[in-house]
Design a binder for this molecule. Structure first.
Ligand code: SF4
Ligand code: FES
Length: 366
């Protein structure tokens, strides 16, 4: 008979829960859910050894345990700190945590470019979300931002090293999905970079997963690049028979076109099951997939603004009050934007949809 795991009590933001011995504060907070859960930019439950790098998950331990009720003097990383019986933790109820998180976000943004308007991760970037919640409008940083030599990661993956926050998730992903250990972070301090090592693992059939684990826009899908904003696409759960992976994915569609394929993610933004490169990059036809239905999107996500389940189209009030006449002076963006031109088949453009290839969908971007 399996040995019963001892349960212990932990209180986070005044909510008490029983959790198994060995649970971390972050995992316990996730069991409670809602606003109690600290943000996590580097921890990833599917990756061994992750966590402890970014400090966004800092919390205050106001009571160590029943046996030793002294508070912990410093804020601790909730992803790396185990709970003790009777422990009391403050996350959103602690002004110290709020202040520290503001500082961590300012630190993460020291070198991170504010290029959200042209970044394909916009709308699903964890740093962007944190920036909205904790960011300041200015920076105190006076030095030049980091620059790096460009690294070409082949036809599928785009690396923007300047956006990297060195969370190590891609390093662990590449390391744990390949046989040889060829990954790591090179150099020290603000010269640190992940590029060279990722290049060495490109021939792995699961390397595309580094795109999904990256919390920012440092690693993005080249086959989706510049083709659309994620909140204009409709995510659909779909699957196919695949010899390499589960074949369970999310399709990001525009009309019937498949613009991007990603792994399915859970409520914490973590991949549920790794998918192979063939499913991710080479199956861009709806016919390749068995569509299950619309993917549930968190209503706080900007992606949910285009949610289309049980949509009731509102009545067009302008023409109703103007005896059926259509507005003449208002520009309809949908009729003037080339992106919405149905004759342009974005999914047929092999690489990024730059101006050079936009009107020649069969031409591939070098
Ligand atoms: S490229 Fe992305 S996943 Fe990799 S270390 Fe940088 S931020 Fe993390
Ligand atoms: S999520 Fe805990 S330190 Fe990054």
């Amino acid at each position: 008979m399996a040995e019963e795991v001892k349960k212990i009590k932990v209180t986070i933001d005044n909510i008490t829960i029983d959790v198994p011995m060995g649970t971390t504060i972050l995992q316990a907070a996730r069991l409670i859910g809602g606003d109690v859960v600290p943000p996590a930019m580097c921890y990833y439950s599917k990756l061994q050894g992750s966590g402890g790098k970014c400090r966004t998950c800092l919390v205050e331990v106001s009571k160590g345990s029943e046996a030793d009720p002294r508070p912990m003097p410093k804020l601790v990383a909730s992803c790396r700190t185990g709970v003790m019986d009777g422990m009391e933790v403050k996350n959103m109820t602690s002004p110290r945590v709020e202040d520290a998180r503001n500082g961590v976000v300012e630190f993460l943004l020291l070198n991170h470019p504010l290029d959200c308007p042209i970044c394909d991760q916009a709308g699903e970037c964890h740093l962007q979300d944190l920036g909205y919640e904790h960011g300041k409008e200015g920076t105190r940083y006076e030095f030049k931002r980091r620059t790096f030599d460009k690294h070409d990661l082949g036809p599928y993956i785009q690396l923007h090293m300047t956006r990297c926050i060195l969370c190590y998730r891609c390093v662990y992903t590449a390391d744990q999905l390949t046989d040889k250990r060829v990954h790591g972070v090179l150099s020290r301090g603000d010269h640190s970079e992940i590029a060279t090592h990722i290049e060495k693992s490109l021939d792995n059939n699961f390397i595309g997963n580094v795109i999904d684990v990256c919390p920012v826009g440092a690693l993005t899908d080249k086959t989706f690049r510049f083709k659309n904003r994620v909140w204009f696409t409709k995510p659909m759960s779909a699957h196919r028979e695949c010899k390499c992976c589960s074949g369970k994915v999310t399709l990001w569609q525009r009309g019937e076109e498949v613009l991007r394929v990603t792994a399915r993610k859970d409520q914490w933004g973590e991949v549920e099951e790794w998918i192979c490169n063939e499913c991710r990059f080479e199956k861009k036809n709806t016919a390749d997939w068995i569509i299950e239905g619309p993917t549930q999107v968190n209503r706080h996500s900007v992606i949910s603004q285009g949610h289309y389940e049980q949509v009731v189209k509102p009545t067009e009030t302008f023409s109703a009050v103007h005896g059926g006449r259509k507005p003449k002076l208002l520009m309809d963006i949908h009729s003037v934007s080339e992106v919405n031109d149905p004759s342009v088949d974005l999914s047929l453009i092999n690489g990024p949809a730059t101006g050079e290839v936009f009107n020649h969908p069969t031409k591939t971007q070098e």
